[in-house]
Design a protein around this ligand. Structure first.
Ligand code: GDP
Length: 469
């Protein structure tokens, strides 16, 4: 929590404001100006509208200006207390105008707390008639303290608490955002270092005979996997490792995947299980479709393919769709174009929650498309690992919120801040103020905007929400 210290000469109403902010009436409000009793620093959690902060009553520090006898102790305390505060509310008594001791306090603040951002408040303002211009002239005088325009408040009646709120809000928000950012960047440095060491795990999945093994060989550029026309020939998950542009790619072949449905239930059900496991270990899932089958079928994707694509996205994996055997369509421009158009459309229909899933058209047999496939795989992986700083996200959030028009004021979500809690896949938390919450439409809007603005197309993004008081 940010810490705000209340400062001012004796009897300006620090304790009264302290009590109002912590909403408890347990502390005494001193009335004698010459009260030289050393009071301890009091601390409480302040509530001002929806703001929460730690508040310190510096009653014990004011003696620095009024009594030499306890200076030593005060000096010691000063260091401790000021070191813990980021903000100060500097109170003056509006009835007295600018008191010489106020100037002392001002000097003291500048000396001991040069980095503390200070709000000047004229307390007891309920006692002055603003219509006669008394407050304005008092404000003019207070300006001489060098802390900008003062706000008029009354700790006793509650006058001006809205102004105090509005002065504190931007300061506290900025502080909170920086605090989160510090944490986020600490985390991301660690994770990035770890992440860069990890090889990219790629799973090639698809129904039998679509050309997974052939593609795998094309990627490996050597015949490592037995390729044949018989259905279900490559039964075991084959692992292989290769380098692509200085990056280690760990290949998980899941040839057994999806074989259960029609063919042999016996021996391959084990490999189905294994492939399912390896599927979820993969970072990027390349789903291979057969172009020739697409031409002959009513829809581009068979049920099994839809199931696997959806599962990949639900599991937060990055999905790349590969349409293989494009060489068979050579010479038939019409069919060729039909496939190129139909596949991305159908993917969008079956997985509406993730827009922009990449589709690559290749011929594994001819060894074409290795570069295209690998470029999409690496790009999908990098987007999947993306980390955005909280400061950047919140600048973005403000822009995005102003860009969008809501039906009415009430339906606009009140997002206080937005932060990425993890990558792989990118996961965000929206902190919502009060009892409001993000509707499905809001989440869709934010997801879409994130994807467009940070080029995260094709990546499953998660947005969670948390209420803050
Ligand atoms: P898997 O079961 O998915 O691993 O499929 P395979 O890689 O074993 O390939 C099945 C059959 O399709 C084999 O006869 C391959 O030669 C053939 N095939 C694979 N890729 C292509 C391609 O790009 N074009 C053509 N015309 N045939 C292919």
């Amino acid at each position: 929590l940010p810490t705000v210290i209340l400062v001012g000469r004796p009897n300006v109403g620090k304790s009264a404001l302290f009590n109002r902010l912590i909403r408890r009436r347990e502390a005494l409000v001193y009335n004698t100006p010459d009260d030289h009793v050393t009071r301890d620093i009091r601390e409480g959690i302040a509530k001002l509208g929806d703001l929460r902060f730690r508040v310190l009553d510096s009653a014990g520090l004011e003696m620095a200006a009024s009594s030499g006898s306890i200076l030593d102790r005060t000096a010691e305390m000063t260091g401790n207390v000021i070191a813990r505060s980021q903000f100060a509310i500097f109170l003056i008594d509006v009835r007295d105008g600018l008191h010489p001791m106020d100037l002392e306090v001002g000097k003291w603040l500048r000396k001991h707390a040069p980095g503390v951002r200070t709000i000047l408040a004229m307390n007891k303002s309920e006692s002055l008639d603003d219509h006669r211009g008394y407050l304005t002239s008092a404000a003019g005088e207070a300006h001489k303290l060098g802390y900008g325009d003062p706000i008029a408040i009354s700790a006793e009646t509650g006058l001006g608490m809205v102004d105090l709120y509005e002065s504190l809000l931007p300061l506290l928000e900025e502080y909170m955002l920086n605090a989160i950012d510090d944490k986020a960047s600490e985390g991301s440095e660690f994770i990035n270092a770890e992440e860069s060491k990890l090889p990219l795990q790629l799973a090639i999945v698809g129904r039998p005979n679509v050309g997974k093994s052939t593609l795998l060989n094309a990627l490996l550029q050597q015949d490592r996997v037995l390729v044949g026309p018989e259905v279900g020939l490559t039964r075991d998950s084959v692992r292989a490792q290769f380098q692509y542009q200085g990056r280690t790619i760990f290949l998980v072949d899941t040839a057994g995947w999806l074989q259960r449905s029609h063919q042999e239930k016996g021996p391959s059900s084990l490999s189905v299980m294994q492939s399912r496991k390896s599927l979820m270990r993969a970072h990027v899932i390349a789903l291979v479709l057969d172009a020739e089958e697409i031409v002959n079928a009513r829809s581009s994707m068979k049920h099994a393919e839809v199931v696997i694509a959806r599962r990949a996205v639900e599991e937060g994996r990055s999905l790349v769709v590969i349409v293989n055997k494009m060489d068979l369509l050579r010479g038939n421009q019409k069919l060729y174009e039909k496939v190129i158009k139909a596949v991305p459309e159908e993917i969008q229909t079956v997985i509406p929650q993730v827009t922009g899933i990449p589709v690559v058209f290749v011929s594994a047999l001819e060894g074409r498309g290795r570069t295209g496939v690998m470029r999409q795989v690496v790009s999908a992986y990098e987007k999947w690992c993306l980390r955005l700083s909280t400061a950047r996200l919140n600048r973005w959030l403000r822009k995005v919120m102003s860009r969008h028009s809501w039906k009415d004021q009430a339906s606009q979500p009140k997002i206080k801040y937005f932060t990425q809690v993890k990558a792989r896949p990118p996961t965000f938390v929206a902190f919502i103020s009060g009892k409001t919450h993000l509707s499905d439409t809001d989440i869709r809007f934010l997801t879409k905007s994130l994807k467009e603005d940070f080029d995260m197309g094709g990546i499953p993004i998660r947005i969670m929400q948390r209420c803050v008081p």
